[in-house]
Ligand binder design. Structure first.
Ligand SMILES: Nc1ncnc2c1ncn2[C@@H]1O[C@H](COP(=O)(O)OP(=O)(O)OP(=O)(O)O)[C@@H](O)[C@H]1O
Length: 385
């Protein structure tokens, strides 16, 4: 059964002038148990907003406008002896619990979501390694996280678990007695990952886990995440602006732009049969994805501000493949396989399929070829369209 199912989720920030920032707009994706799912896109495209909204950690002016966040979990107060929701909870429509036992996190109160955070879903926020408390020993901070969420655990047991967790992320257990300033950047990030795993969650959300670390350490952190996944069977939702991180650890992924998912599907499909101009542009701008002889080409322009966005495809102003249709409405998610097979533009029914929000999904061959040409991506070329 699916672990996380995000349906048509839209998130807004209210801003002073009365307008609102549409930080995520109609986003849908799902994460299976034991899977690594990636969200990738340039800074400002809504990745962090989306991650925080899942566990109600948005800034105070942010809110879920519409949509659902179904998680295969329940609250302690609603569960039977096996950890499933009791039948009377499922039958009572006032509870946001489905017949299959999934709970809609978007409908939980602030009090209720606290039971889900850490226990079922742990979020490692951006720059979390700087958030380790400098005056407490690293191990004690993990112990505290365990005791806060599992008050029946003894301090001794929690201490043993903290050391074990550190060891599992490649830190010698005796370093639990060190302070954060005695750790390198990579060690701090690993300690934060260990802390997130303190209550053995089913889903770990890692927001830019490797940014600010050097390339070799980045690789090691990704390896640690993969190892944890194998050992604990935890699912990981990893967020990065760096598409090469996705190439390394994801099973499936979504490429976001301007608050919208532009392309999603199995990693291999997205890298080998790229079906969206934005993804093609993103791939061109990352060294490890680009083929050896090809030079790096960035997408001219900057992402939109997302304040009361106009109609039309969010990427149209930077897209070298823009046509008339793109100015009217943002394209739906089309089934890439159907388009490749017989040139049909068919809206994808299955979230897991390879999907692309592009009106020209039926002309992919020529678009892919043109996208490899550097001149395609010059600002002048785009302006002339
Ligand atoms: N508190 C806020 N109030 C108003 N707008 C906000 C707020 N937080 C974020 N935004 C806006 O929401 C949009 C999405 O931002 P978000 O941080 O989610 O993007 P991101 O892809 O995670 O980028 P980054 O990696 O830089 O954090 C951006 O336009 C951003 O300016």
């Amino acid at each position: 059964m699916t672990l996380l199912e995000v349906n048509d989720l839209s998130i807004r920030y209210a801003v002073e002038d009365g307008s609102s920032v549409h930080a995520a707009d109609g986003v849908s994706f799902s994460v299976e148990p034991g899977e690594t799912y990636g969200l990738v896109g340039e800074s400002g495209c809504g990745k962090t907003t989306l991650a925080k909204s899942l566990v109600h950690l948005l800034d105070s002016n942010g809110y879920i406008e519409s949509g659902e966040v179904w998680l295969d979990a329940t609250l302690p107060a609603w569960e039977d002896g096996n950890g499933d929701p009791r039948p009377e909870i499922i039958e009572d429509e006032s509870y946001p619990v489905r017949a299959d036992g999934m709970t809609n996190l978007a409908a939980l109160s602030t009090e209720q979501i606290r039971d889900v955070r850490w226990r079922d879903v742990a979020l490692i926020p951006q720059s979390a390694m700087n958030a380790l408390n400098p005056v407490y020993r690293v191990g004690d901070q993990i112990v505290e996280a365990i005791l806060r969420h599992e008050p029946n655990t003894s301090k001794r047991e929690a201490d043993g678990r903290a050391r074990d967790l550190l060891e599992r992320v490649g830190i010698e257990p005796e370093r639990a007695d060190d302070y954060a300033h005695q750790f390198s950047g990579g060690m701090k990030q690993r300690a934060v990952i260990a802390m997130a795993m303190a209550c053995n969650p089913d889903l770990l959300i890692a927001d830019e886990p490797t940014t600010a670390l050097d390339v070799i350490i980045q690789d090691r952190i990704l390896e640690e995440l993969e190892k944890l996944q194998e050992e604990f069977g935890v699912s990981i939702l990893v967020i990065s602006h760096d598409i090469s991180v996705m190439a390394e650890i994801c099973d499936r992924m979504a490429v976001m732009y301007g608050g919208k998912v532009m392309e999603s599907g199995p990693k291999e499909d997205i890298f080998d049969d790229t079906a969206n101009p934005y993804t093609l542009g993103l791939k061109n701008s990352f060294p490890t994805i680009t083929e050896a002889q090809q030079s790096l080409v960035s997408i001219p322009g900057t992402p939109p501000t997302l304040r009361d966005p106009e109609e039309g495809c969010r990427f149209r102003e930077r897209c070298p493949f823009v046509v008339e249709e793109c100015h009217a409405t943002h394209p739906p998610m089309y089934d890439v396989e159907a388009a490749a097979a017989d040139g049909r533009r068919l809206e994808a029914g299955d979230q897991r399929a390879h999907r692309s929000a592009c009106y020209r999904v039926d002309e992919l061959e020529s678009i892919r070829t043109d996208a490899t040409q550097e001149e395609t991506w010059t600002a002048q070329e785009i302006e002339n369209r």
